[in-house]
Ligand binder design. Structure first.
Ligand code: SF4
Length: 387
């Protein structure tokens, strides 16, 4: 694991998961079921738990959904966050059973109502995430105003993004997002409430990065990172990896969610892949696979995808290399716990760079997985002995 310098935030506990401080950067996701359908929601959360999701958030569109959270909470093992927009009454109901609230300062703007929610959260000692989102920012010059200004008429959509030129006296999206977050932080602090997390998400990556960087300098609270509405599994994962990667590399970020228009499990897998790429988490398998080329002796795409699929939900930290030929394969695979270098009609299996066995092509997937299982079992044993 990397020792790269990390912004030291003031940690909070979301249920039994510590967020911030020296805690591992947690991976969270959101359900895509109707929260009122407790059975379907619990089923989805259990699937996400198996995929490695550490914190789950559910949308709370109405009072029936807010009341359903208590039953959902009883049936799951990971911490539950209620995602609240518009209606503070939903937060007052949800706060009775969940481990954290997400409030949007863009659409719950009446300070008196926010205060009521904060006092309820304070009584239960559960944290609040201040979730600023580009798509639902309050009107410019009307942060915290109850009424009288429309986001659609007041120029929020015309604000300059990061990197765009600012007209004389104009503020940028970054300025407005940071100011919106600070408004609500001030409100919470005025009530002596500091169980705070913050997110500042936009689709535009430079805007998101600059906003988080600025906020990271201003307050001590943990940051929940995300690129909002980032897209489909492929494009959204890339966009999120770029945005989150820049911040995480700089030591900014305490918990992440990759928002994808896909199965929530894909969000969890992508989250870990981002963290593992920066050596910030070592949970689960890392697949090293060559791109294949004219020298490849087997169908690497098929083999690598088969290995990837089989190792998707393993929790053991194991590095597996899949290489297409005997020219570069052994060298490229030497760093891995287990590697395979395919040859004509056969394949060499390596363990920690040393040749372990030679198998026929038809047996290579099975043989590789056997080795992976052996290594995983050894690692688990070592871990158990260590503590
Ligand atoms: S390992 Fe062999 S097949 Fe794969 S990219 Fe390198 S040279 Fe090509």
């Amino acid at each position: 694991m990397t020792e790269r310098r990390r912004r030291l935030s003031k940690p909070v506990w979301v249920g039994d998961v510590k967020v911030g401080g020296d805690a591992p950067i947690s991976v969270q996701s959101m359900t895509k079921t109707d929260t009122r359908d407790v059975e379907a929601t619990v089923r989805q959360i259990k699937g996400l738990e198996e995929a490695g999701c550490e914190i789950i958030r559910c949308a709370v569109p109405d009072m029936e959904a807010a009341k359903a959270l208590a039953e959902i909470k009883k049936q799951i093992s990971i911490p539950l966050i209620a995602d609240i927009h518009f209606h503070y009454q939903l937060a007052l109901e949800a706060v009775k059973s969940v481990d954290c609230l997400r409030l949007n300062p863009g659409n719950i703007r009446d300070p008196e109502r926010v205060k009521e929610v904060v006092l309820a959260a304070k009584e239960r000692q559960i944290p609040i995430r201040i979730g600023v989102n580009f798509g639902s920012l309050p009107p410019v010059n009307a942060i915290g105003m109850k009424a009288g200004a429309s986001r659609h008429l007041d120029g929020v959509n015309a604000l300059a993004k990061a990197g765009e030129e600012l007209a004389e006296g104009q503020i940028s999206v970054v300025d407005h997002m940071v100011a919106t977050g600070l408004w609500e932080i001030g409100l919470l602090e005025s009530l002596d409430f500091d169980l705070i997390k913050i997110s500042l998400k936009a689709f535009d990556v430079p805007t998101t990065v600059e906003t988080y960087r600025r906020m990271a300098e201003l307050v001590p609270y943990p940051l929940h990172l995300g690129i909002t509405e980032s897209g489909t599994a492929k494009s959204g994962s890339i966009r999120s990896a770029v945005g989150l990667g820049v911040l995480l590399f700089d030591g900014i970020g305490d918990t992440i969610r990759v928002s994808l228009s896909d199965d929530s499990k894909e969000e969890v897998y992508a989250g870990y892949d981002i963290l593992k790429s920066l050596n910030l988490r070592d949970k689960g398998a890392v697949i090293v696979a060559c791109p294949s080329c004219g020298r490849a002796d087997v169908d690497i795409r098929k083999l690598a995808n088969a290995v990837d699929g089989l190792l998707k939900e393993t929790n053991t930290s194991v590095k597996v290399a899949v290489m297409g030929c005997e020219v570069n394969g052994p060298g490229e695979a030497k760093d891995a716990d287990v590697g395979i270098a395919a040859g004509v009609g056969r394949a060499i299996i390596f363990r920690k760079g040393k040749k372990s066995r030679v198998v026929e092509e038809k047996d290579m997937l099975e043989a590789l997985m056997e080795e992976v299982q052996l290594v995983s079992a050894e690692k688990e044993l070592e871990k158990a002995k260590a503590g």
